[in-house]
Design a protein around this ligand. Structure first.
Ligand SMILES: [Mg+2]
Length: 262
């Protein structure tokens, strides 16, 4: 695809995982070749997933089974963006968290004060352990004035058995009950780009967001001064691009092909 930008100008590739690097538990052919090419050419990569139900260490383990060896610094989740945001703008605030044990652990390790009554902020993640009691408390606290933050806006999460309700769907229930809209973190928000530039030292224009979804992965890049690269190994078909308002800077069949172009 012709564009005034060039893929070769990219210094840091921010990679989506499912549908981009692997599908379920199966790594795509050529994914490791891509990482090698990035390293060989003096560039860097980082994995970024909106899925806040798991901690970075869970993904490190998953990738290890695919012969892909990465360290903690090589992966971030929307949960990490949320933690960074809380520490930067709401340092010391108390949080009622709707999240999995893994997310809870990440928040605690970051020193965030988690409470079960009278929180300053309600944070909603991809909580696969949600109960009516949690939902009720979250709504009550928000109605009483607590700020409403969500790790990411994805409405459904694809699984091998089909879609399951994600963070955005849980937030929709809370919004309907309270009339309050959440402030979203994760892709495609500028908060994700801000956190990555801060942590890696790269400028937004040196970074490309690579993924199989236009409205999260690609939008993060094209809407926030970075580059958005679409790969066709996951959710999006080439004909979907015409119908979408979000236009990728580049389109590749797979991440292997991105590596081949470097
Ligand atoms: Mg994906």
């Amino acid at each position: 695809m012709q564009n005034k930008k060039a893929v070769s100008d990219i210094k840091l590739f921010v990679l989506d995982m499912d549908g981009t690097f692997y599908l379920g538990n199966r790594i795509y052919e050529g994914s490791l070749d891509f990482l090698n090419k990035v390293k060989e050419t003096g560039r860097e990569f980082i994995f970024f997933t909106n899925n806040s139900s798991k901690a970075p260490k869970d993904y490190i383990e998953k990738l290890k089974k695919m012969n892909c060896y990465i360290e903690k610094k090589d992966i971030l989740t929307s949960g990490d963006v949320t933690i960074e945001y809380l520490k930067s703008y709401y340092n010391g605030a108390s949080v009622y968290l709707l999240g999995t044990k893994e997310l809870e652990k990440s928040f605690k390790e970051a020193g965030i004060s988690l409470v079960t009554t009278k929180p300053d902020i309600v944070v909603v993640g991809f909580d696969m352990t949600i109960t009516y009691e949690k939902l009720e408390k979250a709504c009550t606290y928000i109605r009483n004035g607590a700020k409403f933050i969500a790790t990411h806006m994805d409405i459904n999460c694809p699984t091998e058995e089909g879609f399951i309700p994600d963070c955005g769907a849980i937030c929709a229930a809370i919004e309907l009950s309270t009339g309050v809209k959440p402030e979203f973190m994760g892709k495609p928000t500028e908060k994700t780009v801000a956190m990555i530039t801060k942590l890696t030292g790269y400028q937004a224009e040196e970074i490309a967001f690579v993924g199989d979804r236009l409205y999260t992965d690609v939008a993060t890049g094209v809407n926030n001064g970075s580059t958005g690269i679409l790969v066709l190994t996951g959710e999006t078909k080439l004909e979907d691009v015409d119908k979408s308002e979000i236009k990728p800077d580049f389109i590749f069949n797979s991440i292997k092909d991105i590596g081949d172009s470097l």
